[in-house]
Ligand binder design. Structure first.
Ligand code: SF4
Ligand SMILES: [Zn+2]
Length: 125
């Protein structure tokens, strides 16, 4: 039997996100839309869209979270929906997927620091 190939290290975050985005959207749908089992049609469409965007993502290698992306490839309505999902499901992931949730916080802090630094550098020009 052929041994299953291991995901290269630089694609692990991207792979993980592909696994966890549907989990987050389902959690959100259960909590916010009061569904049980499968998600509502809207949330199903959002999952499909998010996975499609991830598949096409130009930043797959050592991927950072979409919230800190400089191009934001989502169309505006989908972006609003996924932001709402992240706001709702993000903190709740601390209990079920703590490493993933903590990585998000760490990236957020370094992203905010970078923004501050860039602002300072611009002010000094
Ligand atoms: S928002 Fe940015 S990081 Fe997220 S899938 Fe689109 S291009 Fe990739
Ligand atoms: Zn839903």
């Amino acid at each position: 039997m052929k041994k299953q190939e291991k995901t290269p290290k630089e694609l692990r975050a991207w792979e993980k996100e592909k696994q966890l985005i549907p989990v987050m959207i389902r959690k959100y749908c259960h909590g916010k839309h009061k569904t049980k089992g499968e998600e509502c049609e809207d949330c199903k469409a959002l999952t499909e869209y998010a996975l499609f965007r991830l598949e096409k993502c130009p930043f797959k290698v050592n991927k950072k979270f979409c919230s800190f992306c400089k191009i934001h490839c989502y169309k505006p309505d989908m972006r609003e929906k996924i932001k709402d999902v992240m706001r709702w499901a993000g903190p709740r992931m601390l209990f079920t997927h703590p490493i993933f949730a903590i990585k998000h916080v760490v990236q957020m802090v370094s992203y905010k620091q970078k923004l501050k630094k860039d602002k300072k550098a611009k002010a000094n020009v």
